[in-house]
Design a protein around this ligand. Structure first.
Ligand code: GLA
Length: 357
C-alpha cells in the first residue's frame, strides 16, 4: 500500500483513527429514540492530513488506490469523497475556516457489510480535523457532526448509533446507549462469552435499501399512536390497532427496545443469546429487513454447539451476522459454520475474530 509520503511527497501533520462497530442488540431502534447495544471492533480507519497551500482538496484512498481532487463548490462522485466532503461542510458550518488539505485514508474495515465503515471514516476524519485545527469538540459532538455529514451528503437518513459507537465504544465491551437522552454505560459482555461476526457474502447498500422507507413507516406509526417516537410505546400489544405493515414495524421496535433493556442487566450468556435469536425473528418477520442468505447463516450458527444466540446485525438486506459464543470458541465455530454455508457456492467469510493472515 502506498504511504502518505509516497502520494503527497511530504509528511502528514495530523492523524486520527476510529473503529468499526458491530451491534449486539437494538436494531432499527436508534431513529425511534430507543436503545442500542453496540461494541467497537478491532478493524479501524486511519485518516492523515496536511494543509497543502493550494486551492484544492486532494484525497487518496489507499485501499481503493484511488486519488480524487475537489473544491467545496461541488461534491465529489466517489462515496469516500462524499463522506470527506460532508465532514468538511459540517466543520465549515461551525464557522471554522478549513485550509485546503491533502488527505490520506487507510482502512481495514470491509465496506458495505454492516460494520460501519462509513461512520468510522467520518469519525476519523473529524477527529483528524479536531487535532489539526484544535477544535473544541467532544466525542458526542463529533458523532453528531458525522451523522449530519452522512444524512446531508450521503443521502442516508440514518440514526446516530453507528457514529456514537465509532466515537465512544471500546473493543471487548458493550456500549449501552439511550438514543433519546444519550445516557450511556459501558458494560462487560455476558460472563464466559465472546463475539463472532460473519459476512454473508451479500453486499448491502444502505441508501439503495429500504432503510429510509422503514424509517418513514416508524414515524407514521408513532403519529397514529399519538406518541413522539415508538420508544414511548410501552407494550408491543399496543401496536395491534395499527394497519399493516405499520403494526409489525412498530411491534419490532417496541419488542427490540424491551430486549435491549433486558440485556442491559447482568444476565447469563444463554439468556442474552435467546434475546439475540428473538431479535433475528423479529427483524425477519416483523421488520422484514432480512434476506434468505442471512436467515440461512443465522440458522446454521444457531445450530452450532457453543453458540448462545445469533442474528443479523446492522441495517439488514445483506451484510453480516453476529453470534455470541462460548469464550475461546468463536473462531472455530465461525470456520465450521462457513464450511456449511459456503457449500452452496456462497462467499461468506470471517470478520471477527480477525481472520489470520
Ligand atoms: C444503520 C444505521 C444506524 C441504525 C442501523 C440499524 O447502521 O446507520 O443508524 O439505524 O442501520 O439498527
Amino acid at each position: 500500500m502506498k504511504t502518505f509520503t509516497a502520494i503527497f511527497g511530504t509528511h502528514p501533520t495530523a492523524s486520527a483513527e476510529a473503529p468499526g462497530r458491530v451491534n449486539l442488540l437494538g436494531e432499527h431502534t436508534d431513529y425511534n429514540d430507543g436503545y442500542v447495544l453496540p461494541t467497537a471492533i478491532r478493524q479501524s480507519t486511519h485518516v492523515l492530513l496536511r494543509p497543502n497551500e493550494g486551492n484544492i482538496f486532494r484525497v487518496y484512498a489507499a485501499n481503493l488506490n484511488q486519488f480524487i481532487e475537489f473544491n467545496m463548490a461541488g461534491m465529489p462522485e466517489e462515496h469516500f469523497g462524499q463522506y470527506i466532503y460532508g465532514c468538511l461542510k459540517q466543520v465549515e458550518a461551525l464557522g471554522i475556516d478549513v485550509p485546503k488539505l491533502d488527505i490520506y485514508i487507510a482502512s481495514n474495515i470491509p465496506i458495505g457489510l454492516g460494520l460501519s465503515s462509513s461512520a468510522a471514516l467520518e469519525v476519523a476524519m473529524l477527529r483528524a480535523l479536531r487535532v489539526l485545527l484544535s477544535l473544541p469538540l467532544d466525542d458526542v459532538q463529533i458523532a453528531r457532526l458525522a451523522q449530519r455529514a452522512e444524512i446531508d451528503y450521503a443521502g442516508v437518513h440514518c440514526g446516530l448509533m453507528d457514529q456514537m459507537a465509532s466515537s465512544l465504544a471500546d473493543v471487548g465491551q458493550m456500549l449501552f446507549l439511550d438514543m433519546r437522552t444519550l445516557d450511556r454505560r459501558k458494560l462487560p459482555l455476558p460472563a464466559g462469552s465472546e463475539i463472532l461476526v460473519l459476512d454473508s457474502g451479500v453486499m448491502r447498500t444502505l441508501a439503495g435499501s429500504q432503510y429510509n422507507e422503514r424509517r418513514a413507516e416508524c414515524e407514521a406509526a408513532a403519529r397514529l399512536l399519538g406518541v413522539a417516537a415508538l420508544r414511548d410505546v410501552p407494550e408491543p400489544s399496543l401496536t395491534e390497532s395499527l394497519p399493516e405493515p405499520l403494526c409489525r414495524r412498530a411491534r419490532h421496535v417496541v419488542s427490540e427496545n424491551n430486549r435491549v433493556l433486558r440485556a442491559r442487566e447482568p444476565i447469563s450468556a444463554d439468556k442474552f443469546g435467546q434475546l439475540m435469536n428473538a431479535s433475528h425473528d423479529s427483524l425477519r418477520d416483523d421488520y422484514e429487513v432480512s434476506i434468505p442468505e442471512l436467515d440461512e447463516l443465522v440458522a446454521i450458527l444457531q445450530r452450532q454447539s457453543g453458540v448462545y444466540g445469533a442474528r443479523l446485525t446492522g441495517a439488514g438486506f445483506g451484510g453480516a451476522c453476529v453470534a455470541l459464543c462460548e469464550q475461546g470458541a468463536a473462531r472455530h465455530i465461525g470456520l465450521e459454520t462457513l464450511k456449511l454455508y459456503n457449500r452452496s457456492g456462497r462467499n461468506g467469510c470471517l470478520l471477527v475474530p480477525e481472520p489470520s493472515r
